[in-house]
Design a protein around this ligand. Structure first.
Ligand code: AMP
Length: 598
């Protein structure tokens, strides 16, 4: 049986895994790395870059590069990259295609089907957009799995533990999901989920960036796109450094700003105080919904890049009054779990007995008349948040006034009392015979399956009329033919071929550093890059060596950039720095090309 690819389509990074030889195994990308940044960039020729190269282009080609689009799946938001506009699901399709192609190369076989994870808080529209992304990428996606369910699967598989109650705290770049999972007798049951899909590591970066601007009284209005991107990436670098050490410098070196500031872990807590408050809320809610106290939790599993921050773990220890929280592969847990899920779907002997039960992460209902305020219709809930899946529930509604000939049911998702504050998923309209009020019944049934597909049935016993609606089709809003056309259109898009990827990545990296540097260093980068291009074009046998040297050079520039504000001010002597930090052989190597090229 062909392999099913498990995909963690993340806000900042994506990973793939397969079930192999009785275990979940991560699949490396063309760089031999597991993390592929969820970033897409398009150049003037229309070539698409996905991953590490595209991430480098964020600062140098912001108008042609998109990131964090997962936050807007299914919202209709448009991204203009060069000559074309893309929907978030189309950009996601390009990421999925890249993961598919890299996996095919690694596995040596073609991949046609995938299981994809999504945040528990993704609504139906976003889930369907994810499926559509899969279809456009040429992948059959029958199963969508909640990220916390995947993390629990990985944890259970990894620890081989028997019965346990696990709290999964999944804190990524753009979203926070907290879930309570119970494992017993090979059954993994999600008891409650909560979260915030507008809270992630990115918010820490933004808070640090805002603090930096405030400290120097800089008005962001006066900054170019490029400078803003540089400030954000310096903020992220500083945040990550604070994971390793107690203080870190935030250095901004752009043509507009040359400043630095020292930040301690304590400062980070103060600067991000409101983010910590937001972080605590879903934890409390999930414990309340699951009706358990903190001492009943056997395991607390931290998932997602932002859990690497020691202050996040400390904060959780503080609010949960626990001292035993450990961090295991926070970047990989979800992907490893989706790999297990792919194994379950393949019906692999080893895990076929494992049953994953899931819950509906939000309430679903219809609109009903509000007698006291007719303009603000009320929500009548049919399926309540945290109900185990699959679930099928029915409610009976009656006509509201004499002679009414039609009953319209708006289908809503969300917890708010008034429908206008919830998300409209669709509408079902039933004709009814004109009769006195409260005498005609309509039975509305919601059936929500394990893949998050909602089916709505409405039935009028008086006339025997019945209507059925599957929200997945309505929201996909694309026929099979339309999807096939999109698939054809997207398969013609040229994704940067794997053999050129490393070169393009180095060039994109060099271009970004070129933009960030001044004077002598700018010239040096240009010289090195010209030399490198020359080697690649004319001397393929030396390409590997040139790549190695350029990587060393750019790494040095990157770390110098972190430590010096201004090359001219600090009077950095290129020659001496190079001899100290670099490699004389490398210098010689590039000099040869410099002379020929310039
Ligand atoms: P994810 O969506 O799980 O890939 O998480 C990405 C987020 O994790 C981004 O906001 C990163 O800045 C953040 N992150 C990754 N590594 C670290 C680290 N070492 N320290 C702090 N945050 C990190």
């Amino acid at each position: 049986m062909a392999k099913i690819l498990g995909i963690d389509l993340g806000t900042t990074n994506s990973l793939a895994a397969v079930w192999d030889n009785g275990k979940s195994v991560l699949v490396p990308n063309a760089f031999g790395e597991y993390l592929t940044p969820s970033v897409v960039s398009v150049d003037e020729e229309g070539t698409v870059y996905v991953g590490k190269t595209a991430k480098q282009r964020l600062a140098s080609y912001p108008g042609q590069t998109a990131s964090l689009f997962k936050r807007f799946m299914g919202t209709g938001k448009q991204y203009r990259l060069g000559q074309k506009t893309y929907l978030p699901e189309e950009l996601s399709a390009l990421v999925l295609r890249k993961l598919k192609e890299d996996a095919e190369k690694f596995l040596g076989e073609s991949v046609e089907e995938a299981v994809i994870s999504v945040p528990a808080y993704f609504n139906d529209i976003a889930r369907n957009a994810t499926k559509r992304a899969g279809a456009i990428a040429g992948l059959k996606v029958e199963r969508i799995i909640n990220e916390p369910s995947a993390a629990a699967l990985a944890c259970q598989n990894f620890r081989q533990q028997e019965d346990a109650t696990i709290l999964v705290f999944d804190f990524g770049g753009g979203t926070l999901d907290v879930s309570l999972v119970e494992c017993f007798d090979n059954i993994i049951e999600i008891k409650a989920v909560s979260g915030d899909n507008q809270l992630g590591g990115q918010d820490f970066d933004n808070a640090l960036a805002a603090h930096f601007l405030r400290s120097f009284k800089i008005d962001p209005e006066n900054l170019t796109w490029e400078t803003k991107a540089i400030i954000r990436s310096s903020a992220e670098r500083c945040k990550k450094e604070l994971t390793e050490s107690k203080t870190a410098e935030m250095v901004v070196n752009s043509p507009q700003i040359c400043e630095k500031i020292t930040i301690s872990r304590k400062d980070l807590v103060t600067i991000c105080a409101d983010l910590f408050q937001k972080m605590g809320k879903p934890v409390k809610r999930v414990l309340m919904d699951g009706k358990i106290s903190t001492d009943m939790i056997d395991d607390i599993v931290l998932v997602g890049g932002s859990c690497k921050m020691p202050i996040v773990r400390q904060y959780l220890e503080h609010i949960l009054q626990r001292k035993d929280i450990e961090t295991m592969n926070p970047d990989q847990m979800i992907a490893l779990g989706v790999g297990v899920s792919a194994g379950i779907k393949e019906r692999d002997e080893e895990i076929k007995d494992m049953i994953l039960t899931d819950i509906c992460p939000f309430s679903l209902g219809v609109n009903v008349v509000n007698e006291t305020n007719p303009d603000k219709k009320l929500t009548s809930f049919i399926i309540e948040r945290n109900s185990p899946l699959p679930i099928s529930k029915e409610q009976i509604y009656v006509n509201s006034w004499d002679g009414q000939t039609c009953m319209r049911f708006g289908i809503y998702q969300g917890e708010a009392m008034y429908v206008e504050d919830n998300i409209l998923l669709g509408e079902i309209k039933m004709s009814i015979p004109p009769r006195p009020k409260h005498t005609v019944e309509c039975r509305v049934r919601f059936t929500y399956d394990i893949n998050g597909v909602l089916e709505v049935n409405a039935y009028i016993p008086m006339t025997n009329e019945e209507k059925q609606m599957v929200i997945v089709n309505k929201e996909l809003n694309m026929s099979k033919t339309q999807i096939e056309e999109k698939l054809k259109e997207f398969s013609q898009i040229k994704i940067d071929p794997a053999q050129d990827e490393e070169n393009h990545y180095l060039m994109a990296w060099g271009e970004r550093l070129f933009m960030q540097c001044d004077g002598e260093m700018k010239e040096e980068i240009m010289r090195k890059m010209h030399g490198y291009e020359h080697v690649i074009k004319t001397d393929p046998y030396s390409a590997g060596k040139a790549r190695k040297y350029l990587t060393v050079f750019l790494t040095c520039v990157e770390s110098m950039l972190d430590h010096y504000l201004n090359w001219d001010e600090k009077e950095i002597n290129m020659g001496s720095w190079y001899e100290d930090e670099g490699d004389a052989e490398m210098d010689e190597f590039f000099k040869k090309w410099d002379e020929e090229d310039l």
